[in-house]
Design a protein around this ligand. Structure first.
Ligand SMILES: O=C(O)C1=C[C@@H](OP(=O)(O)O)[C@@H](O)[C@H](O)C1
Ligand SMILES: C=C(OP(=O)(O)O)C(=O)O
Length: 429
């Protein structure tokens, strides 16, 4: 189903002085999604403290409800999941969420009855076939178009035998996570072997393994590209959702660009998200990242250098890093991110087009961007219905007057309050 909300043009605010702010940002999309799925197949109720309420996670909750799980989201700070017998007929609208499209099919296979899947037009273009083929090889009955993408119908029998499966997950780490998350409920668990070019977004697969273990699953990930999940009942539990590190990226970028300081409140001492990677990247660009009792702080030092880095592990950070690159004092090479051509939009093509239109020199290769900064001018920054393109446009707008996003409403995918939070940070009001 297409997005219901109207497109909202937005003038990106320009920072008149260094941005000094303390921000409270929404919970991690990735942790919220996993906590919902694991809670749905646990024994007994679970709670999610400080979950992300946004389009992607509402879609996940809606899909689970359709299959018979009770998900109460009335309290913003505490969602309650009560597992029920998974059953069809049910329909899962995945919206634009890769997580919903790839985490829910194996859950639907565990349901008794037919579960249909569809989403926004753009999600039909995103890679799904390796997961469909993997589930088929495990005996699940699935109808899709010849492309192996949405719309899809899964005829669940109430159980999945499980066992060994080979998958090429080079297009998206979510293809692996989607098999692992449901596997404790497969009769024989699962042994997943990846065969193909490297799996991107390794920290997200580690998060899957970590959260499965926290819920009581036996998981062996000691061999590269091989994951073993033992069958067994998961226990309901309380999940505490961390603030979203990728969602925090544009806010941290504001500190670097303006020579200011931005502190993200509520950051935990030990995190399931790739904060060390973030520290190394921002450090190379001239920033300073510190973890204190009040949270995670990024300080701009007044210089902004270009970045030459392999971002395959943190591909979703590319749009904001590209925006920083266009404003830096030296060229950037953002490498290893061919897979983000299959994100909400072809992000390499979209970034090239938009930053070039503003005056930067950007060259695209199949899996990288080469950005040579030049003086930028204002203009319309197209967002392609992609929240992270909107973040990139907002970041450029801090330094370049007259940037207008053609649509800021797409940020509702992961942060419905983005425009207000952003303006409050920039203006201090
Ligand atoms: O598992 C997850 O929660 C995610 C994995 C990554 O997907 P890809 O591996 O497709 O990049 C990431 O980009 C996405 O935003 C969230
Ligand atoms: C790639 C992303 O999302 P999805 O979960 O839809 O894959 C993203 O949020 O950058």
């Amino acid at each position: 189903m297409a997005r219901q909300t109207a497109h909202v043009p937005w003038n990106a605010p320009t920072a008149a002085e260094p941005v000094t702010a303390t921000v409270q940002l929404p919970g991690s999309k990735s942790m919220t999604a996993r906590a919902l799925v694991l809670s749905a197949i646990g024994v007994g109720p679970s709670t999610l403290a400080r979950p992300l309420r946004a389009r992607d996670t509402e879609m996940m909750a809606g899909g689970l409800r359709a299959m018979g799980v009770s998900v109460s989201t009335v309290d913003d700070d505490r969602w309650v999941v009560r597992p029920g017998t998974l059953q069809g007929p049910a329909h899962v609208d995945v919206g634009q969420a890769g997580t919903v499209m790839r985490f829910m099919p194996a859950i639907a296979a565990l349901a008794q009855g037919t579960v249909t899947f569809d989403g926004d037009p753009s999600v039909r273009q995103r890679p799904l076939r390796p997961l469909v083929d993997a589930l088929r090889s495990l005996g699940v009955s699935i109808d899709t178009p010849p492309t192996g993408s949405l719309p899809m119908t899964i005829r669940g029998t109430g159980r999945v035998t499980g066992g060994e499966v080979v998958i090429d997950a080079s297009a998206s780490s979510q293809l692996v996570s989607g098999l692992l998350l449901a596997a404790p409920d497969f009769d024989r668990g699962v042994v997943v072997r990846h065969d193909g070019p490297p799996v991107p977004s390794a920290p997200h697969v580690r998060m899957t393994v970590q959260m499965l273990r926290a819920a009581g699953a036996g998981v062996d990930d000691s061999v590269r590209d091989l994951w073993v999940v033992e069958p067994g009942k998961l226990t309901g539990r309380g999940w505490t959702i961390e603030p979203d590190l990728s969602g925090a990226m544009p806010f941290f970028a504001a500190a670097l660009i303006t020579g200011g300081t931005v502190t993200l409140l509520g950051w935990p001492r030990s995190s399931a998200q790739p904060v060390d990677r973030l520290r190394a990247l921002l450090d190379e660009m001239g920033g300073e990242v510190t973890l204190g009792t009040d949270g995670l702080t990024v300080r701009g030092t007044g210089v902004l250098h270009g970045l030459d880095a392999d971002l395959s592990e943190v591909g979703e950070m590319t749009p904001v890093l590209a925006a920083l690159g266009a404003l830096a004092d030296s060229p950037s090479r953002l490498r290893g991110v061919g897979h983000i051509r299959g994100h909400e939009t072809d992000r390499l093509a979209a970034l090239t087009r938009e930053l070039t239109a503003l005056g930067a020199a950007v060259a695209e290769t199949p899996d990288s961007l080469e950005i040579t900064p030049r003086p930028l001018r204002g203009g319309v920054f197209h967002t392609y219905d992609d929240h992270r393109m909107a973040h990139a446009g907002a970041v450029v707008g801090l330094a370049v007057p007259g940037i207008e996003l053609d649509d800021v409403a797409c940020t509702s995918k992961t942060m419905p309050d983005f425009p207000a939070l952003w303006s409050a940070m920039v203006t201090g009001k």
